[in-house]
Design a protein around this ligand. Structure first.
Ligand SMILES: [Fe+2]
Length: 354
């Protein structure tokens, strides 16, 4: 195992330590203060060289988890929504001036994750319907091919958290060589600890043995939020899982934040939602954010983290919603409704270096 102190990454002073002391309302105020301070300093960075986000597959997901609390008192509600699992390719200059290529959320769904929750759902679904309910659009290796990157050019892979992830093909195990021979996993220390000893409430969402046999020399753990290089940071945002982190990227038009703490633009400004159930719930309760609540490892931490995320992101210049682009975005599909007011979806900016 490699700890972040042995790398060129730098701890972000404005975000050092957990926001876990004081009254809950004081923690929210502290998240706002820290988020604004970091945003101001991060806006002075140059954008990353290149970023490209693409859709990989659709995942059926209970609406009661996607928008926690919104449907609890509603007799009529959507049973399922769709989350779009996406991946991003990002190129940046690290703090020693080296060009680096990072993959964010490279889902290896082809090897089959066997995540218990989705395994049970699949077992209850007629086989002929599975392709229609959970269609896939692309794969990680197809996406690298599309931009002309070779697997050996990947320096880092990271996931905002490790739900459903199987790392063994990408990083290698006792039986096979790594597809990405030079890549290391960047993971928060708490998330790495979790996958080594999950409770049943957590294990339902993780790929069993998804990290088994992976050499510890390929794992870089961090504790505080880290600046990886020019225009790119990983910010600890506990809640959805205790070791959750958000990807923060400087783009030509501002700052983009991505995690699974929320699943829609509406989750970060529910009072502006075009969807009555979400807007009404926010106005009646005073909720400033709507949690993605399938595991709820800590709801108050998640609430505070989502405030931090939206303060860092600022407003999207197109929609006016906070520029937090969920890594698993609730996305409309003919089979399921999607109560979302603005869809971020796939995008691309900058120029790739090959
Ligand atoms: Fe998750």
């Amino acid at each position: 195992m490699i700890t972040a102190e042995k790398t060129s990454f730098a701890v972000i002073p404005a975000l050092r330590g957990l926001i876990d002391t004081g009254k809950p309302q004081e923690r929210v105020a502290e998240a706002r203060r820290r988020g604004r301070a970091f945003r101001q300093s991060f806006l002075e960075q140059s954008p990353v060289f290149y970023a490209r986000r693409r859709n990989l597959l659709r995942i059926p997901y209970p609406s009661i988890y996607a928008f926690l609390g919104v449907y609890a008192q509603r007799y009529r509600k959507p049973y399922m929504v769709h989350l779009m699992a996406s991946m991003s390719i990002i190129q940046f200059v690290d703090l020693q001036g080296e060009l680096r290529t990072l993959l964010f959320n490279p889902h290896d769904y082809e090897t089959g994750s066997d995540t218990p929750f989705f395994r049970r759902l699949a077992n209850r679904t007629p086989k002929f319907l599975i392709g229609a309910i959970a269609p896939s659009y692309s794969t990680v290796l197809k996406e690298l091919d599309a931009v002309g990157l070779r697997p050996e050019q990947i320096d880092y892979i990271t996931y905002d958290h490790l739900h459903t992830q199987n790392l063994r093909r990408w990083l290698g195990d006792e039986t096979r060589k790594a597809v990405f021979p030079n890549a290391r996993l960047l993971v928060h220390e708490e998330e790495w600890k979790s996958v080594q000893g999950l409770l049943p409430i957590q294990a339902d969402w993780y790929c069993p043995a998804g990290t088994e046999g992976v050499s510890e020399s390929k794992i870089i753990t961090f504790v505080d939020s880290m600046l990886l290089g020019q225009g790119i940071a990983l910010v600890h945002s506990p809640g959805h899982t205790a070791g959750n982190h958000s990807l923060v990227v400087r783009s030509p038009d501002g700052i983009r934040v991505s995690s699974e703490n929320g699943v829609a633009a509406d989750s970060y400004a529910p009072e502006k939602s075009r969807h009555g159930a979400i807007r009404k719930y926010a106005l009646e309760t005073g909720m400033e954010v709507i949690l993605n609540g399938n595991t709820q490892e800590s709801s108050t931490n998640q609430y505070v983290s989502m405030i931090l995320e939206k303060e860092i992101a600022g407003a999207d210049s197109v929609s006016g919603f906070p520029n937090v682009r969920p890594s698993s975005e609730c996305t409309p599909y003919w089979m399921f409704p999607a109560p979302v007011s603005h869809l971020f979806g796939a995008d691309e900016f900058g120029t790739i270096r090959l």
